[in-house]
Design a protein around this ligand. Sequence first.
Ligand SMILES: [Zn+2]
Length: 319
Amino acid sequence: MGFSAHSTAGIAAVLLMAACSHQASPVTDAPAAASPALASVISAPPAETTGGFDGARAYKHVAGLVAIGPHPAGTDGIRRAQAYIIEQLKSFGCPVEEQDFHASTPIGDVAMKNILVKIPSANPNIILYASHYDTKRIDNFVGADDAGSSSGVLVEFARLVCARKNATTIWLAFLDGEEAFNLQWADPDNTYGSRELAASLALSGTLRHVKAMILVDMVGPASPVFKRETNSTPWLTDILWSTASRLGYGKVFIDEKSAIEDDHLSFLNRDVPATDIIDLEVPYWHTTNDTLDKIDPRALAITGHVLIASLPELEKKIH
Ligand SMILES: [Zn+2]
């Protein structure tokens, strides 16, 4: 994803600030553990304190995706990431569909795959949750935060909503090809998966049933700060941010604004209400420093807690 043209000038200052204020994942207060990885896992809050969403499970999925190594669109790595995600979803009993397509990119035709979970309901209105799972095409870039964190959250979220009695149809989309093939993020070299999904739903007539699209992207740092994304649909952003405030996460979901271009634009451009939960102001963004040690299970748990806790209000709103 990228900052919009309006906010580009602020990036350097913002990143400098972030570099000063962000700290390494604080695992030192965790009880003694058998391995560093386990120490991080047990720093997640108990699932019963975060709406049943298990930050430790989400972290384990991030670790699983990072262990695959780099997985840009069209590579062997992403095929292993697809297998991992699909295996997890099926283990929860989620109905999984694969949307295979070909994208025309700066390096030629690339085979891509969106992974979809479509949880049926008597109510045909759809709430769509999405995360991209491809990593940026940079040597040795494993993308723990971008796109491991949000994909790990969405896999754990799937465990909850596939077993939940939902009042509306809920879809989850693991999107391919969000990242640009070129180093710079410039249209149309980005968001291949979300554009394909939105276009195919428009063609089939299903898009009019999608009443809300909630994107998660880069939700893993130790001190996450999510600003209200200004391209997004205000009422939808309000539901998430007010839920966060009610849960005591007002210092994570803050009222400051930021304009970010991301997969939600593919739906906003087709008049589907959409929003984006993202902390792009991290010093390791799109560098090989985006590694597992940057991921705090608590950040994943907070994000997941807000997703699951805001669902009843969202269901009421679009019923
Ligand atoms: Zn990225």
